[in-house]
Design a protein around this ligand. Structure first.
Ligand code: GL2
Length: 789
């Protein structure tokens, strides 16, 4: 976008006056932020409208996701419009601090973790690639909770991003629809967020639905002075879009959750059908030629029976014809093999919430049951395993596979595990449906925006084509032996570390040495991700340093950031444990210049943007086979952090791209785990035989550490020692510790370390979400670049 300073100034002043009756000189940072946002919105309005018009003529992909973890929009939008530097300069002339303006924006945190952030990266790539793709979800009034620490324990407080409304959304009352549940109906009111692509005029859309009551107030009841009951309907309806479920990779089998799912899915399909009919009338067989719908995990899978309902009940299409349309329209992404995350609904509840949808689901189930009986007449076991309704439960993943034309995993290893293990029956039945789509991240947010220093330097070396084509980074390999370049990369890392140090000093009052190794694990708190293994190693290291104060050791700062699902006690116990160890280590005068432990409060997108660029080590230490892909691992790599990881998820591909010698790979692989399981794993073996391990594990119960009486440390101890250490924390401890030592030694050699960094950056090209999205576009959705003039 062309930047005209006078025009911007005029617009900004007008907005401030109209909206807040204040002059530019007297405006508060909040007022300026708002006015800036509105000005951006007014400048893009025409292109946004043109994009919608253009897309309506062609095939479009719709990304149905219960989560979109967008983070802040202002900075990203300015960058993508190509006017960020100009705006910063212009504000500086007016003596306005841009950073302060940016900090006025709350994160749009409508997601839990990787799955939701992936959806957000996909939006950025779709728009940048001029692809006709739109997101659909819920406009939760409260996103993921804010996390505080009290006595080292997590405390949750509601997140309120919409407290003052939001400048990046436009309400579209003309597109409101009614969603019918068994016993009530609610209004679904859409809000559109523009998705501004980088270096293009196309503006895509994320449409979020807000729930409202049909009758706001029962006047009869109100007049009888019963205020509470008079607003009951309203409250019940609005509950649907009130809050995001804060669980990650876990199924929350709650009525409200099912209502949320059906609410946004039904509204979105009605919307899509309305637009389809405007252009194509009643030629429903053409739906798959113009519409592709991606189901992001099982959360929106109820869309399959809902589209059947619309076609059969509302439009009068024959069941058989409708089913053909449905199958060709949907595709499904699986994001986890954790059994506890595969959604299953109890039929009683499902029937109560959506009775007609239950009948249709039963119809689909019966149809498939008959197919199975014909396919496998002599294998009733297999028939039973594959039923959509089993006992009293509806298996949403099974419904998804049966009702989709493509099913994908999110990393090579993950897809293989799906095909050969978790979804083996299904792969055997439909081999042509299965394919892999390794996840990716957008380099616009995760490098260009979050690390301007490294971005400029890369551009200085190889030009700026990497911003739209990340595989360009490969050209950096020509500098692998150039000490000037290596030194500069190192210096930039130090600069980013200093910025993080400053942030942590201001927000948490912590003091860290920017010259120490920044070893970072940031992600949701979960047993399978093994933050426990990490903190055990740290505690062991502390004991070694105490025993042997002259030990050769590069100062290291262990940094953690993680939210735990509010009901997940063990995860909360591990947060306390990390803070417990932090207190001991950081409070020990003998140690504090060598070792530091920091838990960053309220980890979220905006903080992540400060953390990835400052990391030296990227901890990706999940039990092999458990992490479907990971995307944080890619953000670290792109910013020159070295992976310390297991051969799990996308780590495998990261190591392949950059070369295993440029990462620190340790621990059991999937096959090793299978073998050990077969042999019989006894955690007492490593416990008794690995030096120092017993002392660490016992610290949980011998009084060295304290859970302040909650009993959770004893629980964790028992999970490890009595209940089989499911995640092989003890088994992998020694190998992990060995790699930690290697890192500590290798880091001393600045040039060879910087070379590893450069190798990682140069080979991060594969992990752009642009690459991922192009694969979805070509191999699943069949959509084409559609540029507006
Ligand atoms: C996840 C996986 O755990 C994670 O490995 C993957 O990178 C993302 C995106 O595909 O999906 N699955 C899941 O349920 N959540 C994830 O983050 N919440």
């Amino acid at each position: 976008m062309k930047f005209d300073k006078e025009e911007w100034k005029k617009k900004l002043e007008e907005r401030l006056l109209e909206k807040f009756s204040v002059s530019l000189k007297d405006a508060s940072p909040f007022e300026i932020y708002r006015a800036l946002g509105e000005t951006v919105m007014s400048f893009i309005a025409r292109d946004w409208y043109e994009t919608k018009k253009e897309y309506s003529k062609t095939k479009q992909a719709f990304y149905f996701s219960s989560e979109f973890l967008m983070g802040r929009a202002l900075g990203n939008n300015l960058i993508n419009l190509g006017i960020d530097k100009e705006i910063q300069e212009f504000l500086k002339e007016l003596e306005i601090d841009y950073n302060q303006i940016e900090d006025e924006e709350e994160d749009a945190a409508l997601g839990n973790g990787g799955l939701g952030r992936l959806a957000a990266c996909f939006m950025d790539s779709l728009a940048t690639l001029n692809l006709p793709g739109q997101g659909y979800s819920i406009r939760y009034r409260n996103g993921i909770f804010n996390q505080y620490l009290r006595d080292g324990y997590q405390v949750e407080k509601p997140e309120t991003w919409l407290k003052y409304g939001d400048v990046w959304s436009v309400m579209r009352p003309e597109d409101e629809v009614i969603v019918n549940f068994g016993n009530t109906s609610v209004r679904a009111l859409p809000y559109d967020m523009p998705i501004i692509g980088y270096g293009t005029k196309n503006i895509n859309t994320l449409r979020l639905w807000e729930a409202h009551s049909i009758v706001d107030l029962d006047l009869g009841v109100f007049n009888q002075q019963d205020y509470l009951h008079a607003t009951q309907d309203k409250t019940l309806a609005e509950d649907i879009s009130r809050v995001l479920y804060p669980n990650d990779s876990t199924d929350e089998g709650k009525k409200l959750r099912l209502r949320q799912q059906y609410f946004f899915v039904s509204a979105s399909l009605q919307d899509i059908m309305k637009n389809f009919k405007k252009v194509h009338g009643r030629e429903f067989s053409k739906i798959p030629e113009f519409i592709a719908i991606q189901l992001n995990d099982t959360h929106p899978v109820i869309a399959i029976p809902e589209l059947m309902r619309i076609l059969v009940d509302v439009e009068g299409v024959l069941w058989e014809d409708a089913w053909e349309i449905v199958k060709k329209t949907f595709s499904y992404t699986n994001h986890t093999i954790l059994a506890e995350a595969l959604e299953k609904w109890w039929i009683g509840l499902y029937q109560e919430v959506v009775p007609r949808i239950f009948q249709i689901t039963e119809g689909i189930h019966n149809q498939f049951k008959n197919e199975l009986a014909k396919l496998y007449p002599n294998d009733t076991d297999r028939q039973n395993r594959m039923q959509i309704i089993q006992g009293n439960m509806i298996h949403m993943a099974w419904l998804a596979i049966y009702g989709s034309h493509k099913v994908n995993g999110v990393a090579e290893l993950h897809t293989e595990i799906l095909k050969n293990r978790e979804l083996k029956d299904w792969y055997e039945l439909y081999p042509e449906k299965f394919l892999n789509k390794t996840n990716g991240i957008t380099q616009r947010r995760w490098l260009l925006k979050s690390n301007p220093q490294l971005s400029s330097y890369i551009t200085e070396l190889i030009g700026d084509a990497w911003i739209k084509n990340l595989s360009e980074l490969k050209k950096l390999e020509q500098f692998l032996d150039d000490e000037k370049v290596l030194n500069k990369i190192w210096d930039i890392k130090i600069e980013k570390k200093k910025e993080l140090v400053e942030y942590l000093r201001e927000t948490q009052g912590i003091d860290i040495n920017p010259k120490s190794i920044f070893d970072v694990q940031v992600k949701r708190m979960h047993e399978y991700k093994r933050q426990l293994l990490n903190i055990f190693q740290v505690y062991n290291l502390y004991q070694q340093l105490k025993q042997n104060p002259n030990m050769d050791f590069t100062p290291t700062t262990y940094i953690y950031g993680a939210k735990a699902a509010p009901g997940y006690k063990v995860a909360k116990g591990i947060i306390r444990l990390i803070n417990d160890v932090a207190q001991i280590v950081n409070g020990d005068d003998e140690i504090k210049d060598k070792l530091k432990v920091v838990f960053i409060e309220n980890y979220r997108v905006t903080v992540a943007e400060k953390i990835f660029p400052a990391a030296d080590i990227s901890e990706q230490i999940s039990t092999a086979g458990k992490e479907a892909s990971g995307t944080g691992n890619m953000k670290f790599m792109l910013n020159g952090a070295i992976t310390l990881g297991t051969l799990d998820g996308a780590n495998v591909e990261i190591a392949k791209e950059a070369g295993e010698e440029n990462e620190y790979i340790f621990g059991m692989r999937v096959e090793d785990i299978d073998e050990l399981r077969k042999k019989g794993y006894d955690p007492r073996f490593p416990y008794n035989n690995i030096t120092g391990l017993k002392q660490v594990v016992d610290a949980l119960i011998d009084g060295s550490l304290s859970d302040l009486g909650s009993g959770i440390y004893r629980e964790i101890h028992s999970l490890l020692m009595e209940r089989g250490d499911q995640y092989f924390v003890l088994e992998d401890f020694e190998d992990y510790r060995r790699k930690q030592r290697e890192i500590n030694r290798d880091y001393k050699n600045k040039i060879s370390w910087a070379k590893k960094m450069l190798k990682n950056i140069a080979n991060a090209g594969k992990f752009s979400s642009d690459r991922t999205i192009l694969e979805y576009a070509n191999e699943i959705w069949d959509i084409k670049e559609t540029k507006i003039k």
